[in-house]
Write a new protein. Structure first.
Length: 379
């Protein structure tokens, strides 16, 4: 049976242990040069909570609509431009994975191993399909296929219209894993999946056949903790190259056609990556933010003033890198230098979900269900 080391990892990564060896969040220091002005446009309480740092349900944003899901099964559609609830549904399920929008549908996964497909316009249930185990990551959809990674690293291809199983890819899983899972990423006719044993695979979108496999990290050390090399960050595909990172392993660039590694460097991370221009942005397991050269993996800059603050995955918004932290602060970083050039506190609770934007507002969802729309202007 697969064992999930949730509490132990939270104490190590978050720094909530006791004693002399426990790590403490880095205190915030004043910003030397502020480049943005931030104010709140509106705030709304929504049904939302975060069971743990590894299991936050991501919102979906499209066509002036924000879709939110709560672990208790509540799904809400909110008009982003009018700040109005359009519809709300209560599903008889514990939601753990999602949300993902595509082809007019919303997709979510549940703790009991179901995949739910809802009509985005009104929340009507289109279908539900049982898979092998809990679904923690967002499903992916393209070409009429929904690709789902279950927690036991079995990958399913489902018909987007009916939910019928089209194919399945099974893999032996390691006995230990972080309580998280990366989302499948679809590029052309391939589904790219990062797995709990540190492998990255490409599967045929329409038949689930293995196209290539490359081992990004190998388990090392003697202890069970040292053997954790999960790929929990969603892979990023840019210009025919897949970028990925493992916990306690490596960050790497992989050719999407052949699976050949183009570069690899020691790294440990579980938050999602972001790419912009020639740069790749990674938050490591201590909360350092790195900018890497996409072509070589070389370090461009490192920001260490937010370590152990449980910062979110980064978002790239209007030319800045934006992250939230455990005290409800949102930080703006200059994308070229890594300097912190803006800060705004949205509340007392943490921000685990990456901020997101529709081009008009920056939206921040706190861990206790406060959705804040921010107006941001450059100085």
């Amino acid at each position: 049976m697969r064992i999930i080391f949730v509490l132990m990892l939270v104490s190590v990564i978050v720094g909530c242990g006791s004693g002399a060896d426990s790590v403490k969040p880095t205190p915030l220091t004043p910003i030397q040069t502020s480049a943005v002005d931030v104010s709140s446009a509106w705030t709304r309480s929504v049904p939302y909570s975060v069971p743990d740092h590894f299991a936050a349900i991501k919102p979906a944003l499209t066509d002036h609509m924000i879709y939110l899901a709560d672990p208790d099964g509540r799904i809400t559609a909110l008009s982003s431009d009018k700040d109005e609830i359009v519809w709300r549904r209560r599903m008889k399920a514990r939601i753990t994975g999602g949300l993902k929008y595509g082809a007019g549908m919303l997709l979510a996964g549940t703790t009991s191993g179901e995949v739910l497909a809802l009509q985005a316009s009104d929340g009507a249930l289109l279908w539900r399909r049982q898979v092998s185990s809990e679904v923690l990551s967002s499903p992916a959809i393209a070409g009429g296929i929904v690709v789902v990674r279950a927690l036991d690293d079995t990958v399913f291809g489902l018909d987007a219209h009916s939910g019928e199983q089209r194919w399945v890819y099974k893999r032996n899983t390691p006995p230990l894993s972080l309580h998280g899972a990366s989302m499948p990423v679809i590029s052309g006719d391939k589904a790219i999946i990062g797995l709990a044993d540190g492998a990255l695979v490409a599967l045929g979108l329409y038949d689930g056949q293995l196209i290539w496999e490359t081992q990004i990290a190998e388990p090392k050390g003697r202890s069970e903790l040292e053997h954790l090399v999960d790929i929990d960050a969603d892979p990023v595909v840019v210009d025919g190259t897949v970028y990925t990172v493992t916990y306690q392993g490596h960050a790497a660039a992989v050719d999407i056609q052949t699976g050949r590694q183009l570069w690899s460097r020691n790294f440990s991370a579980y938050e999602d990556l972001k790419a912009a221009g020639d740069d790749l942005f990674v938050v490591d397991d201590k909360g350092n933010i790195w900018a890497l050269d996409r072509a070589t993996g070389a370090t461009l800059w490192k920001q260490d003033k937010l370590t152990y603050r449980r910062i979110s995955a980064p978002a790239i918004i209007d030319g800045y890198l934006v992250v939230g932290d455990f005290e409800g602060y949102v930080h703006w970083l200059d994308i070229a230098s890594g300097f912190i050039v803006g800060r705004y506190r949205v509340g007392d609770e943490g921000v685990t979900v990456s901020p997101f934007s529709d081009g008009t507002h920056v939206y921040v969802l706190t861990d206790d269900g406060k959705l804040v729309a921010l107006q941001v202007s450059k100085r």
